[in-house]
Design a protein around this ligand. Structure first.
Ligand code: SF4
Length: 449
């Protein structure tokens, strides 16, 4: 074990990864070194996920593993969503945890480590340190910390945190609190730094990107942000928008997407269901007329638009008719990408009184039907790209095959383009598509043919 060395495990979504990277930046700035090996670190940190049951189990499992191997003098800190919402559970399930840090308190990591060390020197090792979500930042200026996670030539950039929507199934507002947008200037400055350091794809994330700026008094905040970004960081090649909320995709936003080539013709708009009654029970926008019209308008205005969405299957009270309406909608709309999740009950959410009445086998059967339909659609859409040339951002190289993503593929959740031949990681190369599968495409470098 080395002194002043940390080992950090980041679990959950890209938004959590950004917080983990911000904690790492603060520790490095304070003179710590990072280690991939927990045995070599004197500070062990797990940035947990507590979104749904399986992610909670995974977080507890990782903490337990580290706690079991922990040596004298090592500190184990649990940070993030699980500790924010279920600190007692963490304390009970993982007795080896020395300290806890809630969400939005990542900027206090250095103080927490110091405080826990002092407690240890005072022979009080069992005290837990849990900062409430709304506590004021303790002496750390976050303004010079990049709120981004860089991987290869891409970076997730967080533009806001928290959510003010009322979705009945979702625990995010309970974990993160209401939406708080980051100042526009800070985002522009960070985008410039990322660009200067070789980032070519900027992926804007928040729980709901279309709500950007509302708390700052902005109207059409996301469109304004996109305008400013494309003007001031003109050399950023790809800007990708994730997590748009239905009902808040405005004409100005569509205009910006249609007129600025840096903004990828890709939109992730989680719709969750298509039957108005199911959407009402979810406390989600239920105006399917708006959905139909807006998707049609976007497709008409934004050339080659790829649309990704997600649906929940087996929400409490979902009838066979409602589920059929969802399948019909999917067949009719023909999304490029669909993610589907079986409903999992979250205590404390406003759907709690509804319970979890759809039997597990019905959820499974519906999920399979939905995926089967979507896989056919995805394959057909993918096949329509055979013979075309797409720009691909290279992310890896394995066994004579270069692996990358086109504008149609967000990292981790969408497909890949598998290319015969060599290409440098981080390069943007034109690829002629030669084959299609349900999720991925295959191709060859366009210059060599
Ligand atoms: S918009 Fe997304 S994060 Fe916000 S409450 Fe709804 S599902 Fe949760």
């Amino acid at each position: 074990m080395k002194e002043n060395t940390f080992h950090l495990v980041s679990l959950g979504c890209a938004k959590n990864t950004v917080d983990s990277d911000s904690m790492a930046q603060l520790l490095l700035r304070d003179g710590y070194n990072a280690s991939e090996d927990p045995a070599l670190a004197d500070v062990l940190i797990v940035n947990t996920c507590g979104f749904i049951g399986p992610s909670r189990d995974e977080s507890i499992g990782v903490l337990r593993e580290l706690a079991e191997e922990k040596e004298e003098g090592q500190l184990l800190i649990a940070a993030g969503c699980l500790t924010q919402r279920f600190s007692e559970l963490v304390a009970q399930e993982v007795p080896g945890v020395d300290g806890m840090l809630g969400t939005r308190r990542w900027m206090d990591i250095v103080q927490v480590v110091k405080k826990l060390r002092n407690m240890r020197n005072n022979y009080r090792p069992e005290v837990l340190y849990h900062l409430p979500e709304n506590a004021k930042t303790v002496g750390t200026d976050e303004s010079d910390i990049l709120r981004a996670n860089v991987f290869g030539a891409s970076a997730y950039l967080k533009i806001a945190d928290g959510c003010r929507r009322p979705c009945a199934f979702c625990s995010i507002p309970l974990i993160k609190g209401t939406a708080v947008s980051r100042p526009l200037e800070a985002i522009l400055e960070e985008a410039q730094i990322l660009s200067d350091n070789g980032v070519r794809e900027l992926i804007l994330i928040a729980q709901d990107t279309t709500d950007y700026g509302h708390d700052l008094g902005m109207k059409d905040g996301l469109a304004i942000l996109l305008e400013e970004l494309t003007d001031s960081v003109a050399e950023m090649e790809w800007i990708r928008i994730m997590y748009a909320y239905p009902g808040y995709v405005t004409d100005r936003m569509i205009d910006v997407m249609a007129s600025r080539p840096q903004i990828l013709p890709y939109l992730d708009i989680p719709l969750q269901h298509a039957a108005p009654m199911a959407l009402r029970r979810m406390k989600r926008p239920a105006n399917m007329d708006w959905v139909h019209k807006t998707l049609a308008k976007m497709r008409e205005r934004i050339e080659n638009l790829a649309i990704r969405t997600t649906f929940i299957v087996g929400y409490p009270g979902e009838t066979e008719e409602e589920f059929q309406a969802l399948l019909d909608f999917i067949e009719e709309t023909r999304f490029d990408r669909v993610g589907a999740f079986q409903f999992s009950f979250e205590p404390g959410t406003t759907s709690e009184p509804l319970g979890d009445p759809v039997p597990a086998e019905v959820k499974e059967e519906r999920w399979e039907r939905l995926m089967e339909i979507q896989q056919k659609i995805s394959l057909q859409i993918n096949q329509s790209f055979v013979g075309k040339t797409l720009d691909v951002l290279i992310e890896g190289f394995d066994d004579g095959i270069a692996i990358g993503r086109s504008y149609r593929d967000a990292p981790e959740i969408d497909g890949l383009v598998l290319i015969e031949g060599e290409a440098e990681i981080g390069a943007m190369v034109p690829v002629r598509i030669t084959g299609a599968m349900a999720y991925d495409l295959t191709g060859v470098l366009a210059e060599t043919n």
